[in-house]
Write a protein that binds this ligand. Structure first.
Ligand code: ADP
Ligand code: MG
Length: 424
């Protein structure tokens, strides 16, 4: 089978890495890919939003399956376009992807179908949003409705901060049209987890529950980032929690989407807070998480290509995934200054040394090839991932490996997995 992976970050590198383990794979393509992916796939410099270009590539190379990594092309209707051309694609339709691309839609759906989440209200008028804030108690969670690259959510301890957030989103349009509608959601107290499932719209195959680390500094301080590391399985998600999320969140959501005429296929990712009242959804994503994918896929003892085909062909019912027997951790190695301004083009060393450490794999995120060397080209540069029999060993091994990576201005968090380690 000829498979195309769309995207060029750590998530897509992990997808390629896992797909190459499938005996069914004959040829792997990526667009645009990155230098890490280039070791596994033939890369074409087509941007993820150039849907015409991607369709043309899939037709020319007779691709059997296209796997889409990021949310933007999903929200732009890449799956609909591919299917209209008779091309097989793993990912939801544009209308189904609204579960991520409109937080107001997702919250409306959850309330209509009794899927556990928090109270909320959605506004297109800033004055009405302010009036609502006056009736509620802090802390407030203010969210831009649309996609905002993980920057459109502000947790506000005071009403003044919430007003400011509403003003920035709705009036100043810091996130463009994504802030035309704003959602104000009750604050949920508890530990967070990411639960990802592969689905054909009817049945699900649930992957190892993961936890990521969004803040830049140790102790979960400082500004939010795309994600500074992750681990799986997250022990806070017990078997009981997982089966609850499976029934009351994931399966209920699939039935709801079907009832709304938006059958869902692809990855359904539930962002959960484990409250004293049980798990509640803070958001859905319509694709694999980054960096959760980098820890979830190494634990998957199944053929990923088979799983994607099962989702595309409505056969997920026949799939049963073994529970993860090992544990994994990913330390994101970033450029100093990220998520703010940071330098690029710094030569990276230590990659070969790390590859020699057993149970370790380095996923490229923000790297480029320059004069025969791998250099930094983004804020999150590498996802150094290790797998071991238990979480503590996986974390230790990931840090040993991360310590081998050298470039000018290298930065990573030192406390990935701290919540899980505290439990054991
Ligand atoms: N209702 C809520 N209560 C508490 N924290 C929340 C709530 N909603 C979001 N958050 C926090 O804000 C972060 C980002 O919100 P999320 O809805 O996941 O949006 P996005 O990933 O699109 O930025 C979450 O990871 C979580 O830490
Ligand atoms: Mg999120």
């Amino acid at each position: 089978m000829r498979v195309l992976v769309v995207g060029g970050g750590g998530r897509e590198h992990a997808l390629c890495w896992k797909l190459t383990q499938s005996p069914k794979l004959t040829r792997l393509y990526a667009a645009p890919g990155n230098p890490g992916m280039a070791q596994l796939a033939e890369c074409f410099p087509i941007p993820v939003m150039d849907i015409d270009g991607l369709v043309a590539l899939a037709q020319r190379e007779r691709i059997d399956l296209t796997v889409v990594g990021p949310e933007d092309p999903m929200a732009a209707g890449i799956a609909d376009r591919f299917e209209a051309e008779g091309l097989r694609v793993f990912g939801p339709s544009q209308r189904a992807a609204e579960i991520e691309s409109s937080k107001a839609f997702a919250l409306g759906l959850m309330h209509k179908y009794d899927i556990p989440t928090a109270d909320y209200a959605a506004f297109t008028d800033p004055e009405q949003a302010e009036a609502y804030l006056k009736r509620k108690r802090p802390p407030f969670v203010v969210k831009a409705d649309g996609l905002a690259a993980g920057k459109g959510v502000v947790i506000c301890p005071t009403i003044e901060e919430a007003r400011e957030a509403v003003h920035e989103m709705m009036v100043q349009r810091h996130f463009g049209d994504s802030g035309g509608t704003v959602v104000i959601m009750d604050y949920l107290e508890g530990e967070e987890a990411s639960i990802l499932a592969v689905t054909d719209g009817e049945d699900i195959a649930v992957l190892a529950p993961a936890q990521d680390h969004k803040r830049i500094f140790d102790g979960d301080r400082g500004p939010n980032t795309g994600g500074m590391g992750a681990y799986a399985p997250a022990p806070v998600v017990t078997d009981a929690v997982l089966s609850d999320v499976r029934e009351r969140v994931l399966l209920r959501t699939l039935r709801a989407m079907k009832a709304e005429g938006r059958p869902y296929k692809g990855v359904l990712y539930a962002g959960i807070i484990l409250t004293a009242d049980g798990p509640k959804v803070i958001e859905f994503n319509c694709r694999f998480g980054d960096p959760e994918t980098q820890v979830v896929l190494p634990l998957l003892e199944a053929d990923l290509l088979d799983l994607f085909l099962a989702a595309c062909e409505g056969r997920v019912k026949e799939v049963s995934l073994p529970s993860p027997r090992r544990a994994s951790a990913c330390v994101v190695v970033a450029s100093e200054g990220y998520p703010g301004d940071h330098r690029k083009g710094r030569p990276i060393s230590g990659l070969e040394e790390v590859e020699r450490i057993p149970g370790t794999v380095v996923f490229h995120a923000g790297t480029a090839q320059k004069e025969g060397r791998i250099v930094t080209s983004g804020g999150r540069v590498l996802g150094v991932t290790a797998i071991a029999d238990d979480l503590r060993s996986a974390i230790t091994r990931a840090y040993e490996a991360a310590g081998q990576i050298r470039f000018d201005g290298v930065y990573y968090r030192k406390d990935i997995g701290h919540r899980a380690l505290k439990r054991t």
